[in-house]
Design a protein around this ligand. Sequence first.
Ligand code: 4NP
Length: 158
Amino acid sequence: MKILMVCLGNICRSPLAEGILEQKAGEAGLSWEIDSAGTNGYHIGEAPHRLSQKVAGLHGIDISQQRARAFTAVDFDRYDRIYAMAEDVIAGMRRIAGRKFDARKTGLILDESNPGSHLDVPDPWYGPESGYREVFDLLDRACTAIVEKYGGRDLSVS
Ligand code: 4NP
């Protein structure tokens, strides 16, 4: 399985999603390839936000080595599943990918933990640490659901 997590800046939400899923997949013995990207280019090359790093660290997850990169159309060739943190992120992915946009590979990540809810992961960018903690808890549940759903099969050869 190759899974890409996508948000706007690739510094707050999707780096947490990448780190959480990497930890859970590793614990489950799955050799998944997991990455993250952003639909706006404002923070390319930057490490995750210090509060994302802090909240991940409180759960024993080190995301300090991640660096923000831009989402590209080619990501639809490279990944089996692409999880957007919010509806506005999917709009950005459509704009960037053009004809390469693949709705079958794309989903809102919280639809994994709350099927059919179409909920956004709230953007913690302007707020306090509590917002990052809330994001962590939402993504933790979603990543558990992803491992349960796909842990037994390998989409890349199906
Ligand atoms: P993220 O949060 O999409 O979760 O990484 C944001 C970070 C930066 C900006 C927006 C959202 N920004 O506009 O700079």
